[in-house]
Design a protein around this ligand. Sequence first.
Ligand code: KG4
Ligand code: ZN
Length: 347
Amino acid sequence: MRILAIETSCDETGAAVVEFDGKKVQLLSNVVASSLSLHAETGGIIPERAAREQIKFIIPVISKALVDAEVSFNRENIPNIDEIAITYGPGLIGSLLVGVETAKTLSYIWDKPLIPVNHLFGHIYANWIEKNSDEPTILPEFPLVALIVSGGHTDLVLMKSHQDVTWIGGTRDDAAGEAYDKIGRLLNLPYPAGPKIEQLAKDGDPNSFKFPRPLLHEGGYDFSFSGLKTAVLREVQKIKSLNDKTVSNICRCMQDAIIEVLVKKTMKAASEYGVKNILLSGGVAANETLGNTFREKIAQNTHQVKFYVPIRKLCTDNAAMIGSAACFKNESMPWEEITANPELYFD
Ligand code: KG4
Ligand code: ZN
């Protein structure tokens, strides 16, 4: 089965073609156009601008995904795909509408089933995409806990099967990526700040600042990162002029705080629910220090679990992950019934 997937929930316009053999998801093409550089100018995403960029990119990106995947067209100019998958939420309404309306139009004119996909499941299912290496792909096994850490979300989910999914915790305020971005702004770093903070943290002294580990010792699996941002703000206000060393020190200590909370809470959930796997996903999963900390802690743990994280370009927003989710949650709907839902959560 071959699926054309489309993702436009925020500032990335993505289209991908995936092939599914009933077990593994193979990536035939993955195209992402981003309006990130525009948002870097303003230090954050302006939804109206993001939506306009989506309109510019959507058709060229879909065309390129079909060409890259070497999809053939029949005499009526209909591509040789079986289904279309589309992100219908959560996200920015203007951006979502561009993808949803385009996908509905293509579904109608090409007469292809349309599968609505929850963006959050998309992030999780990036872990099912075959890695381009010589090693055989070992697929995730249930039960598992999935940690989604992105600019908009921090969620812990228990999955006993593709159908049996329970949300067990999430952020009460800022998402992990949002904390990176807001602290980055305090430090005059370019948006989105996650990659830069990760890089600067490498030269930072871990004992230079003591930042809070919010909710670490509370029961349950909720997170809270807005207090961390306030703690950094207080330190920044005390310092007369920020030099490179101080910025690196702050980056190191705030990243240590975020990573400690994310890893400890996820590991606790993994042992409480006796899972086989931990799956990391979302833009912040691109952070190598986070992945390596998970690997270290798992190696020291008595409860053995296998750890999964997608390759870097499949951590941040892309359509390949939406195609992958559609392979396992293959519930097409009449296009007339599909609407964008910016508030969509775990259903
Ligand atoms: O998943 P994503 O592309 O978009 C959302 O669905 O939100 O995630 C974007 C977020 C941004 O907040 C960005 O700062 C963060 O992911 N991010 C990182 C890294 N790369 C991206 N955070 C920490 N370390 C990174 N290397
Ligand atoms: Zn995302």
